[in-house]
Design a protein around this ligand. Structure first.
Ligand SMILES: [Fe+2]
Length: 427
């Protein structure tokens, strides 16, 4: 670990040096990408494949076929040799004049940890996929990216993520930026499939997932809930919009910024129960994800109830439970805060990090408030992604990777110490 710490120190010094001598011109918005269905696909070809963790040793495989096909996944640890199979369910939805394909969800397992599996969907022999399960114990490496969208910058970010050898991706909302245009959900599914079919992508919702139109389509989250089903039942949640899970020694909490969060709400009560059930011996780290940031010195998205009211209601719960990190999106920039609680630096509060810079079509949020709040440690409006490597029960390293044109450059790096290992923060 000393070697890794040394490397991070070199990174930090190099960044400081480069920052002194090179000014970085922030690039403009890049064009939207639209990924069409490949011509060779039939109506029953599996497409838009993505996977998500379910419990300690299972994985949900999700995919879409244009017409009816069996909801079956065949899998095994050797390419082409499928020793196991599992059956699930499929459904479709309507949104105005759009009708989705058949959306399949199949849970496979039990699976061995940190192991490669090969699989195929709907018994289609023309497309074989592979995945790697997360490790059962630390260390584990997460990629964190928000407000991804589907532009040339998204492509750049995805290429950098592909090189990062991560175990699991965490996404704090705003996926496709379909914004009512349902074929864009299909395009997004195709865009992320090469990565999302290989490693679990665990997501929560943002404002661009709501897609509610008064009277015409009054049900929110129709496409999101149908396409991106997450393991909510396993954590006692009654909604796909908030849930939690354990992975390798980290308890991950996905909160819903766009569903009820007041003290009488189901989400609030569920969160209270969930935080009360955490075994810090088993999961010494706690990480929470929201969409609208509770701390933000950018001029964008100030004063929104999803930020201010949710913080007012729920911050004390996360503080008392000694949550280590809160990731947010929504603001299209990167910002890292100190440990903070109730607006003040607090050594027992979570570190808040805004990572809403995945590459969406709305562009960067470049204007910041002046003066800088004392708790904002690093902020920059550039596209990029983050990596959280939890090394052991006490230490983790966080790096933010800026898309410097098309090269991934580590532009912020910090070592973190878990609150569960701090005698002064024993809860
Ligand atoms: Fe957003």
């Amino acid at each position: 670990m000393a070697e890794v710490k040394g490397q991070v120190l070199v990174f930090v010094l190099a960044i400081a040096f480069i920052g002194c001598v090179v000014s970085y011109d922030r690039p403009p918005v890049r064009k939207n990408i639209s990924i069409l269905q490949p011509k060779q696909f039939s109506s029953t070809s599996p497409q838009q494949v993505h996977i998500s963790a379910v419990g300690p040793d299972k994985m949900r495989i999700s995919w879409i076929t244009q017409s009816s096909a069996p909801s079956v996944v065949e899998y095994g640890t050797s390419a082409g040799a499928y020793t196991e199979s599992a059956t699930g369910t499929s459904s479709s939805y309507r949104y105005l004049v759009y009708k989705s394909g058949q959306i399949h969800h199949v849970v496979i397992g039990p699976l061995d940890p940190n192991t490669a599996y090969y699989y195929r969907c709907s018994s289609d022999s023309t497309r074989q996929f592979s995945l790697k399960t997360p490790p059962a114990h630390l260390p584990i490496k997460f990629t964190v990216v928000g407000d991804l969208g589907q532009t040339g910058w998204t492509n750049s970010t995805l290429q950098h993520i592909a090189q990062s050898n991560y175990d699991m991706l965490l996404l704090p909302g705003d996926l496709a930026y379909a914004d009512f245009v349902q074929p864009l959900w299909d395009s997004f599914g195709r865009l992320v499939e090469p990565l999302a079919s290989q490693r679990p992508w665990m997501v929560t919702q943002g404002n661009h997932e709501v897609e509610k139109i008064p009277i015409i389509h009054s049900t929110p989250f129709t496409a999101y809930n149908a396409r991106w089903r997450m393991p909510f039942e396993e954590s006692g949640s009654t909604s796909n919009l908030y849930y939690s899970f354990d992975v390798a020694g980290v308890h991950i909490i996905m909160l819903g910024s766009y569903t009820d969060f007041d003290p009488d709400s189901d989400q609030f009560k569920w969160l209270q129960g969930d935080l009360g059930n955490i075994d810090r011996g088993k999961t010494p780290w706690i990480v929470a994800l929201i969409h609208a940031p509770w701390y933000n010195t950018n001029t964008d998205h100030q004063g929104e109830p999803e930020s201010d009211l949710m913080k007012q209601h729920m911050e004390v719960l996360l503080y008392k439970a000694r949550v280590d990190i809160v990731f947010a999106g929504h603001v299209h920039a990167y910002e890292r805060f100190s440990r903070v609680y109730n607006g003040q630096a607090d050594n027992c509060g979570p570190i808040h990090i805004t990572i809403g810079d995945g590459g969406n079509r709305e562009g960067l949020a470049k204007r910041y408030m002046d003066p800088i709040a004392g708790i904002s440690v690093f902020r920059e409006a550039s596209f990029g992604h983050g990596q959280l490597e939890v090394v052991n029960a006490t230490d983790a390293v966080w790096t933010w990777h800026r898309n410097d044109d098309d090269v991934s450059v580590v532009s912020d790096a910090v070592w973190l110490r878990s609150l569960s290992s701090s005698p002064a923060c024993k809860s």
